[in-house]
Design a protein around this ligand. Structure first.
Ligand SMILES: *Cc1c(COP(=O)(O)O)cnc(C)c1O
Length: 719
């Protein structure tokens, strides 16, 4: 679920950047003006490679930097890919390099330097630089906090500057001069993976995570100013002949930064074909330079095709684009098949979710916000897609049951507070900090353990007002006060949970009143002891919908958010209209006709009386469908009809009797939970048939089911 939808600007600029790199190697304006050419190729075009580093940073470094080791997979996959591409390019340019005499008098050390740092052909330095930069930043991040890594990258860039366009100053300081001379034995330039790449990789990773890139106009102005300053810088350095090389400038950093922000803020849709095309142009253009020269010689057009720098540039660009396009077509690059409704899957209705959020928000007391319970994989719906949608609707707090659930949300890019409602083992306390999770204090003894960890933890203190599950007992005000004063605990919430708020029976209502009195009594007594009041939360779905008066800043809604209550009856009586978010579907794998007396499935539990048509569905109890729905207890919807489960549900498949339903074929969809025309099977109905509540049916839906979000496109939340 990492799909970024605003990357079209980056995709377009990839092509532009590739053509800028071609310009560096062909000097398009050299026939006309030396200054003009310097500006184009040594100033403007110098944004191209940093831009490519930033793109890499955004898409492959970001998770490693921000989400810890779980994000490393993308990074190492990219390193592998770059190494492969580099290897192929080395082979491709081997003949040209040999012809040009590149590899004569090669020693082992110069060969290694060429291979690992400088690149085996002039433009190929980019690949080892990108690999080195990625690995270097990854390594630093393993030992240092993000800020320190960024600072290190900045320092490396400065060191690089002094060996690049500011080298003329460096040589005047003997110590530095000696150091750089020694360094240039190891690498030919400082524009490499150690000094140039890290800062841009990190900038890309940071910028790519920002939700709001600001207004394009502002970025454009800042970009123009940065480019103007960079131009002035470059011409000054050139005037005083200080440059050893001209890849790195001070103002290249802000220029690349604002360029990138501008491209992201345009909000253009992705244009994926630009990606392999630009890579192709980058890799192939030196070959095309050779090709154009050869063609010019053969046709006797050297004066025009090579002599005129602009025509030469255009010819090389055209040939590179054409060659790249051919290669892309030949290698069969196309969209990866991401068909995710193959076997059995869950469709999440974004509009229903938004509707429920709005309906529930309207019930909130003034100053209160929703803190959705997305535990148990968001009641089986899929925690990351649900929480991300909720983020878009402006929701900033979530509850989960376990640390692992919290980590999953963070790694999935969910923002805001995440409260772990359940027990966390002390050995997992570091994870609370790493994933910025808040922990529930389950009682006084646990608070001591949390505090003994010795590093600051954000906590919500649970108060047991009568449920006798988690929370310190409400009578123990002194202990609760001590928890609030513990050195390493940052108490940001105080809450209790009601256990009889789902009925209107007088004795239950009286019990709830006693729970509320106990909780608010604790709140008052803590305040009397001078403890500042943290955020309070008491209500969950039933409490909110039953109109229980319990002032607080957060409401922990779960089941209602998903569009129902625990039982059919409660859902029908619900005072506000909720819409189910989840639809569970499976495909027909096979259809067959059974003759009288033939059986289907394990234990021969279904026996055909007369000719029956049986459809095999690609879903079973391992997907969370209760096995107790076997043998006609459960029904499914096919072709808008309700059909009974035939025989026993298996682990991965089940059979249904579709006799009389037209057009049932392999591939046909069946609805197990959800609506089809006028018919609807709810999770509540399955719960009723199997003697449980909808919460259990939903939360057991398996991880093997694919989850897709449907409905109108996302709109940003206003609240
Ligand atoms: C699960 C849970 C909730 C959400 O309950 P619903 O009845 O689904 O709204 C709220 N608070 C706590 C402590 C929970 O464990």
């Amino acid at each position: 679920m990492k799909a970024k939808q605003n990357t079209g600007g980056l995709d377009i600029f990839r092509l532009a950047a590739a053509f800028l790199v071609v310009a560096i190697h062909t000097s398009p304006l050299s026939s006309f003006s030396a200054e003009g050419d310097f500006f184009l190729t040594r100033v403007l075009a110098r944004t191209a490679v940093p831009f490519f580093f930033m793109v890499t940073g955004q898409f492959v470094l970001s998770d490693s930097l921000f989400s810890g080791r779980e994000g490393d997979g993308a990074l190492f996959r990219q390193v592998k890919k770059l190494a492969l591409l580099y290897g192929l390019s080395i082979l491709l340019y081997l003949p040209v390099g040999i012809y040009a005499g590149h590899y004569q008098a090669l020693t082992l050390s110069s060969a290694l330097r060429m291979l690992l740092i400088d690149g085996t052909f002039y433009h190929l330095w980019y690949f080892p630089a990108c690999i080195t930069g990625l690995l270097l930043v990854w390594l630093l991040r393993r030992f240092l906090p993000l800020r320190a890594v960024a600072a290190a990258a900045g320092i490396l860039y400065l060191i690089g500057l002094l060996g690049d366009s500011y080298y003329g100053l460096t040589v005047r300081i003997p110590v530095l001069s000696g150091a750089y001379d020694a360094a240039f034995q190891v690498f030919s330039y400082t524009r490499n993976g150690f000094f140039l790449a890290p800062v841009f990789l990190i900038l890309g990773a940071v910028l790519g995570r920002r939700k709001n890139q600001g207004r394009p106009a502002l970025s454009a102005v800042c970009l123009a100013v940065s480019l103007a300053l960079m131009t002035a810088e470059a011409f000054l350095l050139r005037h005083f002949a200080l440059q050893r090389h001209d890849s790195m400038y001070v103002f290249l950093v802000p220029a690349a930064y604002f360029l990138y922000r501008l491209l992201l803020s345009l909000g253009l849709r992705p244009w994926k074909a630009a990606r392999p095309l630009s890579t192709g142009i980058y890799v192939l253009h030196p070959l095309m330079i050779v090709g154009v020269r050869g063609a010019a010689k053969l046709t006797g057009l050297t004066g025009l095709l090579v002599g005129n720098s602009l025509i030469h540039y255009a010819a090389v660009c055209g040939a590179s684009l054409a060659a790249s396009a051919c290669l892309v077509l030949l290698t069969g690059w196309r969209k990866r098949p991401v068909f995710s409704c193959g076997r059995a899957w869950i469709e999440l209705d974004r509009d229903a979710l938004r509707h429920n959020v709005e309906v529930l928000r309207a019930l909130l007391p003034q100053g209160s916000a929703l803190m959705p319970a997305v535990k148990a994989n968001a009641y089986g719906h899929g925690a990351v897609p649900v929480a991300r949608e909720l983020n878009r609707m402006g929701i900033r707090s979530f509850c989960v049951a376990t640390v692992a659930e919290g980590r999953e949300l963070r790694c999935g890019g969910v923002r805001g507070e995440i409260l772990v409602l359940g027990y966390t083992h002390p050995r997992q306390f570091p994870l609370l900090r790493r994933y910025r999770l808040s922990q529930t204090v389950v009682d006084y003894a646990y608070a001591l353990q949390l505090s003994r960890y010795g590093r600051r933890l954000r906590v919500h203190v649970g108060v047991d007002s009568g449920m006798h599950r988690l929370g310190e007992r409400c009578e123990q005000v002194e202990k609760l006060a001590r928890i609030c004063r513990m050195k390493h605990l940052k108490v940001v919430g105080l809450f209790t949970h009601l256990c009889a708020d789902d009925t209107h029976r007088p004795e239950d209502e009286a019990f709830t009143r006693r729970q509320l009195e106990a909780f608010y009594g604790v709140v008052r007594q803590l305040e009397e002891r001078g403890i500042p009041r943290p955020r309070l939360h008491v209500l969950s779905s039933y409490g909110l919908l039953n109109g229980i008066q319990a002032p607080g800043q957060l409401v922990r809604v779960g089941i209602a958010l998903y569009g129902m209550l625990s039982t059919q009856e409660d859902t029908q009586r619900c005072p506000v209209p909720l819409k189910p978010v989840l639809t569970l579907k499976a495909r027909v794998a096979a259809v067959k006709t059974l003759h009288t007396g033939e059986s289907a499935g394990y234990g021969r539990a279904f026996i055909a009386e007369g000719e029956r048509r049986i459809a095999v569905l690609a879903i079973g109890y391992a997907d969370g469908l209760p096995r107790s729905l076997s043998c006609g207890v459960g029904e499914v919807l096919i072709g808008g009809c309700r059909v009974p489960v035939a025989g026993r549900i298996c682990m991965d498949q089940m059979t249904v009797d579709v006799t009389g339903v037209p057009d049932v074929q392999p591939g046909t969809e069946a609805v197990l939970i959800g609506r089809w025309g006028a018919e609807e099977i709810t999770a509540g109905e399955l719960a009723e048939r199997t003697g449980t509540i909808a919460n259990e049916i939903l939360s057991r839906l398996g991880l093997r089911l694919e989850r897709i979000v449907t409905g109108s496109s996302p709109v940003d939340g206003r609240k």
